[in-house]
Design a protein around this ligand. Structure first.
Ligand code: PFF
Length: 479
């Protein structure tokens, strides 16, 4: 069936920038450095890299192939492989972006607020932070419910303006400018960070071999699930987006090459973000501040900018702007999963989808759930939270709760089922047939590797990751 309403990427470069834009987000700039900080630096890096090759690559290839094969939304793409399992996996894959958006947009709003804070300090020298530590600033922001909700609205509105333009004239166009800008700003921040006195320790923490976390099974499992969850989130896997973006890809393009480029770029940016954040935290706050966990981005780093002297606010502006750009390019991808779903549903009923209307509906619904997370202010405002009567079971904040259901359960479960489904029930040949279109040969060595990973390594790794996620979530107190 002709799909005029859908459109397509303008070029393969446009697709790649958008796919890398979706992958490079808060996960890279916030999640990767702080998770590396709390789990032994180098050990985390090594496990992450191994998982990216053995688990990330096969899943990404499957998702791109399934999406491009059908040229439809994630639900229909999965259903075209097999109706029963496809329907379940399709809905599971849409649940994650929907829940992730509830907090991703709030974190994006925090980036706008922090950028404004540093901008005000740069402009008026109010030392916005006159005497205020990073922790005070963060606390003041979280308890200001109106501000958080208003900036969440602003963040979603910016995303709305971008995606209502469509795949080529909205998403692709924004990423073509946003991604190179992000890269340049990241390089500037790295140069500043690694030239701070004492930054060497941070670099050593990241790159000097250290296998201590591997000496006992429990800590190994912890690092494995943390790195595995991070890898999935960071590469935007099992969340419908790679299938959705793949569905707009031309049959001429190489899926293997594109998968590798996305994985390598995303990993490179995560490591670069580590080099921007960890050495600065080590230099200005010592080893302990690098282990600050989720607070690293908004508390520790603000303290770093405060301590940098007159140029501090300027680096603050550049840094939070770059995180904001990363958040926008990812949030528009998450929103597009839902928009494409609705739009293809309308088209399948024989009507022409009204993209602007659908984008408006999706943005409004997302704003409603995000307002709740914003009002909660990471648990600062005493809002009721589900299942929290005993302190932890499903989260101590609305953000934790949404994150646990999406990143902790839906995503690893979806990837586990998908690998089993494609590997053992449908058969990996389906992926090979799509990869080999238009004379793109998949060598027998590569196919053998893919076949083994999707049948054995991915299900095993995902089972461990799922177990580790649930176990850690239920037993480790929130940070
Ligand atoms: N990969 C993004 C990050 O690292 O922040 C998060 C994300 C974006 C996940 C888009 C899923 C997605 F569809």
């Amino acid at each position: 069936m002709e799909q005029h309403h859908r459109g397509q990427w303008g070029s393969n470069l446009g697709f790649l920038l958008a796919a890398v834009g979706s992958a490079v987000g808060l996960g890279n700039i916030w999640g990767f450095p702080y998770k590396m900080g709390v789990s032994g630096g180098f050990a985390f890096l090594i496990i992450y890299l191994i998982l990216a090759v053995l688990v990330g690559f096969p899943i990404m290839l499957c998702e791109l192939a399934i999406g491009r094969r059908a040229g439809r939304s994630v639900l229909v793409s999965y259903q075209q492989v097999d109706k029963g399992m496809g329907t379940f996996l399709g809905f599971l894959a849409m649940l994650s972006p929907f829940l992730i958006l509830s907090f991703y947009t709030v974190l994006g709003a925090y980036c706008i607020e922090y950028m404004s804070l540093n901008l005000a300090d740069m402009a008026f020298g109010v030392a916005a932070m006159a005497g205020m530590s990073g922790g005070d600033t963060f606390g003041a922001m979280l308890t200001n419910q109106f501000g958080s909700i208003a900036f969440t609205f602003v963040f979603i509105f910016v995303c709305f303006l971008i995606i209502r333009g469509g795949i080529k004239d909205g998403i692709e166009k924004f990423n073509k400018i946003g991604m190179p800008a992000l890269f340049i700003m990241l390089v500037i921040v790295i140069v500043r960070a690694v030239t701070l006195p004492g930054a060497g320790e941070g670099l050593a923490f990241m790159f000097a071999p250290n296998f201590e976390p591997f000496t006992n099974f429990k800590s190994f499992l912890s690092v494995l699930s943390l790195a595995g969850g991070q890898m999935f989130f960071s590469l935007s896997l099992a969340m419908g987006i790679t299938v959705t973006y793949g569905s707009y890809l031309s049959k001429k393009e190489s899926l293997v090459k594109n998968s590798l480029i996305i994985i390598i770029s995303d990993t490179l940016v995560a490591i670069m973000a580590g080099m921007a954040v960890l050495p600065a935290a080590f230099a200005l706050g010592g080893a302990d501040s690098a282990k600050a966990g989720p607070k690293l981005l908004f508390i520790t780093l603000q303290d770093v900018f405060n301590a940098m002297g007159p140029a501090g606010p300027m680096f603050g502006v550049i840094f939070y702007l770059l995180v904001l750009l990363a958040a926008i390019t990812s949030a528009i991808a998450l929103l597009e999963v839902l928009v494409t779903f609705l739009s293809d549903r309308v088209a399948l009923k024989g009507r022409t989808p009204n993209r602007k209307k659908l984008v408006t509906i999706v943005c409004l619904v997302v704003f409603a759930e995000a307002a709740l997370v914003a009002a909660d202010g990471l648990g600062s405002n005493g809002l009721w939270i589900p299942f929290n009567s005993t302190g932890r079971p499903l989260g101590s904040t609305w953000l934790d709760f949404m994150d646990f259901i999406s990143e902790g359960v839906a995503m690893p479960l979806g990837a586990l089922l998908m690998s089993f489904w494609i590997g053992w029930l449908v058969g990996p040949k389906l992926v090979r047939d799509e990869v080999e279109l238009e004379n793109h040969r998949m060598s027998s060595g590569l196919y053998g590797f893919f076949n083994f990973c999707i049948k054995v390594i991915v299900p095993l790794a995902m089972a461990f990751i799922l177990y580790g996620m649930v176990h850690d979530f239920v037993t480790i107190p929130p940070q």
